[in-house]
Design a protein around this ligand. Structure first.
Ligand SMILES: O=C(O)[C@H]1NCC[C@@H]1O
Length: 343
């Protein structure tokens, strides 16, 4: 029987979405591989990997909950980044996380891992994540972070206007597929006659799972499968900047309290394909189901890696994070209650 131990976390939230940071991993638990992407693959392919067991201990009940999120800090892929991170959620390990990247920017500056300007200014926290190298550009005022810009990997539309069957409603809906470090299906919630408000949360969870199931392998892109379904709503299509509200249902029916950083990049890629945003031309004010806000814009327009694809972009998403607390958890293999979730 493995022995018990204590583990420390620093918990933040970005626009309401939790991010539990583990800096010191148990000795010998990280796969001895050079990149974050390779480490993630090794963990997800190994039955009962020690880091997957630790993820469940910290994410599921009784220490977490069905909508918990966090990350394990790792060395970077090379000296071009400050550190790496393995993002985790209730179902496993994800490839992209904008809200977590912003929280990590705050965390790195606040803890002095990356030196901030003494008074006012910006500092880049460069992070290797499974989908590539991203940046949290942190604005500092009087030595304290005031917002973070998440600069993502290349984002682009994969397919538009897919017809997807929703058997529980007896309808087909139109879906766009987009890459923003992870694959997202984006759907106008008006197709269901649903407003993006908290009382519809459970319905969105069911619909998100159903749409993912119906898309099946159509949503697979290289080594990526469909990570999330974004239900968006736009009250006034003439507004400039574009204003949309969304709820992102990701992994296995998990609800993002934030407007979803990588999902905002996915929405920006769709809006770019539709010609509604561009470099120095409009942007996206993106609200979440709990009314927190990210602001997204296009940093550069690039060629799509897909033949004949819509223009790709490097997106930037601005948000802010707040410290929740420091936790010191006891992990006891003899605890008869295994980690669980009720959803
Ligand atoms: O902000 C994001 O990108 C993340 N939030 C939860 C789901 C995504 O990974």
């Amino acid at each position: 029987m493995a022995s018990s131990y204590w583990i420390q976390t620093e918990d933040w939230h970005t626009a309401g979405e939790p991010f539990r940071i583990v800096q010191q991993l148990p000795h010998g638990s990280l796969p001895d591989l050079p990149t974050v992407a390779e480490r993630r693959f090794a963990i997800v392919k190994t039955l009962a990997h020690p880091l997957d067991i630790l993820r469940q201990q910290l994410c599921h009940e009784p220490r977490g909950h069905a909508d918990m999120y966090g990350g394990f800090i790792t060395p970077p892929n090379d000296s071009g980044a400050h550190f790496g991170v393995l993002f985790w959620h209730a179902e496993g390990f994800s490839t992209a996380c904008g809200h977590g990247t912003m929280a990590l920017g705050y965390w790195a500056v606040t803890n002095g891992l990356v030196k901030a300007p003494e008074n006012d200014g910006m500092v880049d926290v460069v992070i290797d994540v499974p989908s590539g190298r991203v940046v949290a550009s942190v604005a500092v005022k009087q030595g304290k972070p005031v917002y973070a810009d998440f600069v993502n990997v290349l984002s682009y539309q994969l397919a538009s206007g897919l017809s997807v069957e929703v058997p529980s409603k007896g309808i087909n809906v139109t879906v766009d597929l987009t890459f923003g470090g992870a694959v997202y299906a984006t759907v106008d919630a008006a197709q269901f006659g649903l407003r993006v408000v908290p009382k519809n949360t459970n319905e969105f969870i069911d619909l998100g799972r159903e749409i993912k199931r119906s898309l099946g392998t159509r949503a697979h892109y290289g080594t990526y499968d469909c990570y999330g379904v974004i239900f968006y709503h736009e009250y006034d299509r003439s507004a400039d900047p574009v204003r949309q509200t969304n709820v992102t249902v990701f992994a296995d029916g998990q609800i993002d309290r934030s407007p979803c950083g990588s999902g905002t990049c996915a929405r920006l890629a769709v809006l770019l394909a539709e010609g509604r945003v561009g470099v120095a031309r409009s942007r996206l004010i993106h609200s979440s189901i709990v009314d927190s806000v990210f602001e997204g814009e296009i940093v550069s327009e690039e060629e799509s890696p897909l033949e004949g694809g819509a223009p790709a972009c490097i997106p930037r998403v601005r948000g802010s994070a707040n410290l929740i607390g420091h936790m010191r958890f006891f992990i006891n293999p003899e605890d008869p209650v295994r980690p669980f979730t009720l959803r």
